[in-house]
Design a protein around this ligand. Structure first.
Ligand code: NAD
Length: 513
């Protein structure tokens, strides 16, 4: 077994990779409009409640594919299949479970450009954003496989009484993974791979906006040799399918990534007990963010403004880790604003298949929500860039990159997750003010600090209430480090040493001879 290492991204400025991605897109586009099944107990299954279409957000005239609407009964049958499979999968040695994930990673590498192409078409990512998503999916498979082997060794414990103790991690059972559309490959794959490699079985429900990614994952797991019932894929309505799975007394754990509202709702309904209660369901919820970047007067403003534009407008701001608030020292505020606006103006909006720097947002609901926040922003701050739907060749969900200056920390656009291409700039005078502004939201996922002063770095990092703080960088990710939020940004961690701990139960056997 080789050591874990991060997958590198393809360089699409190299015509070889660019043209290869274009060719993969042509190939995938020739398959648009086909109908794809669900995957339950190792079988391809049609939905009892008809079908739904997945639309290309870059061109709403195009149907990517048609997917199944499961019934309540089918969702529960998938859970039954997962429990049946658990009885054998739980005893499969860790090396074999990890081996299947390593094989799945190889399949992803082989299908990389094709996976990117479906994602570009279904989620509206440009080439690099799609490739980073696929690469992260591969990283999840590799990292969790390595971690399963480490966990298999058990926990080190002390034998104090002449006894011998062995503490091992046992899997929980059959659970549900409910994923969002914004990292439709990496997160859907990682949220299934972590519990599975720890010996659990899963019913995965991807977002109705990106069901194709769910289907590709089912194909990958099948080819990698995962036994029937260990990974099941159901698609359909949030209430009919999603809520059936989260409220079932047979669900042992819920692995959820999504918005704060839905996460809190799931946490609440999952906690309800009845006379059929067999366990307290475990709920992991990776939720939203209202991430802030603090720019001090001694920061490299050129580098900071480039980072802000990437962090705020990469994938149209539709990342839990997007920076949506920039808190800037008043001494350099005007210069930072000028540089940020100048760089954001250079972003060109258009069809993701043509690799524009800014593509569409995901659907009409997102357009309506983002545009309503832009209208609120026009009253709460000074609009300095964008603020409208973007004009493009295609009918699609396009919004101009938008910047509001001089926004008060209590403004709604500085407090609520917009999840679109909108960023606010707020001036501060003292470090205390900067900390108060950055910390003052219900969220606590990620923050950034731009400064050349080491003492200031330590002072700020000690008091920023976020699960991740990036200093003079943004979104540098290595899965060996934990990613997850404080406060209402959730419970649980993707990556890091504790990730598999959430899907296992430490069990101690104490022997006295
Ligand atoms: P969402 O909350 O609308 O949906 C997430 C998933 O939940 C989808 O699969 C959806 O179909 C399902 N769902 C909705 N209602 C449900 C219900 N009642 N019962 C069961 N399932 C239900 O989120 P989204 O729009 O898909 O994703 C964007 C959100 O996800 C943002 O808030 C973003 O910050 C967050 N996110 C967080 C992280 C993280 O790591 N913290 C990563 C990615 C996205």
């Amino acid at each position: 077994m080789t050591e874990y290492k991060n997958e590198t991204y393809l360089d699409f400025s190299d015509p070889i990779h660019h043209n290869a991605q274009k060719a993969a897109l042509d190939n995938v586009r020739s398959k648009f409009g086909q109908t794809w099944p669900m995957y339950i107990d190792g079988k391809k299954v049609n939905g009892d409640h008809g079908t739904m279409d997945s639309i290309n957000p870059s061109n709403t005239n195009e149907i990517i594919g048609t997917f199944q609407m499961a019934s309540k009964d089918q969702a529960l049958k998938a859970l039954d299949a997962a429990w049946k499979a658990f009885e054998t999968w739980r005893y499969v040695p860790a090396e074999k479970r990890a081996g299947i994930l390593f094989k799945a990673a190889e399949i992803c590498r082989r299908r990389r450009l094709e996976i990117n192409a479906w994602m570009i078409s279904e989620a509206g990512k440009n080439y690099l954003e799609a490739d980073a998503d696929t690469a992260e999916g591969i990283d999840f498979l590799e990292y969790y496989a390595h971690e399963a082997l480490r966990y298999d060794k058990g926990m080190e414990v002390i034998d104090a009484w002449g006894d011998t103790n062995r503490t091992h991690y046992i899997p929980l059972g059959a659970g549900v993974s409910i994923s969002p559309w914004n990292f439709p490959f990496a997160i859907t794959l990682g949220m299934a791979a972590a519990p599975i490699v720890a010996g659990n079985t899963v019913v995965a429900k991807p977002s109705p906006d990106t069901p194709m990614m769910g289907w590709i994952i089912a194909e990958i797991f099948e080819e990698a040799g995962l036994p029937a019932g260990v990974f099941n894929l159901v698609t359909g309505d949030n209430l009919e399918v999603g809520e059936t799975l989260t409220t079932s007394p047979d669900t042992r754990f819920i692995n959820f990534t999504g918005s704060l509202g839905v996460g809190l709702h799931i946490n609440e309904v999952a906690a309800k007990t009845s006379d059929q209660t067999k366990w307290m369901k475990r709920v992991f919820a990776e939720l939203g963010g209202k991430n802030a970047i603090v720019v001090a007067d001694d920061a490299d403003l050129d580098a900071a403004s480039t980072a802000v534009v990437q962090a705020a407008f990469g994938f149209q701001g539709q990342k839990c880790s997007a920076a949506s608030r920039v808190v800037v020292c008043d001494k350099v505020y005007d210069k930072m604003l000028e540089l940020t606006v100048e760089k954001a103006k250079a972003l060109k909006v258009g069809d993701a298949k043509d690799n524009y720097s800014a593509g569409p947002v995901v659907n009409q609901k997102a357009v309506d929500k983002i545009m309503s926040y832009i209208e609120i922003g026009k009253k709460e701050g000074r609009l300095v860039l964008g603020g409208s739907l973007a004009e493009t060749e295609n009918p699609g969900f396009y919004i101009e990159p938008t910047i509001f200056a001089d926004v008060d920390g209590y403004a709604r656009i500085a407090q609520e997750e917009i999840f679109g291409p909108v960023v606010t700039l707020q001036p501060f005078d003292t470090e205390e003010e900067a900390l108060a502004m950055a910390n003052d939201t219900q969220y606590g996922l990620a923050a950034g600090v731009w400064t050349s002063n080491l003492n200031r770095t330590h002072r700020l990092c000690a008091r920023l209430k976020f699960g991740i703080v990036w200093v003079n960088c943004w979104l540098l990710r290595d899965l060996r480090t934990p990613f997850g939020g404080h406060k209402a940004s959730g419970v649980g961690r993707e990556g890091g040493w504790e990730a598999l701990r959430f899907f296992t139960e430490p069990t101690n056997v104490c022997v006295k001879l």
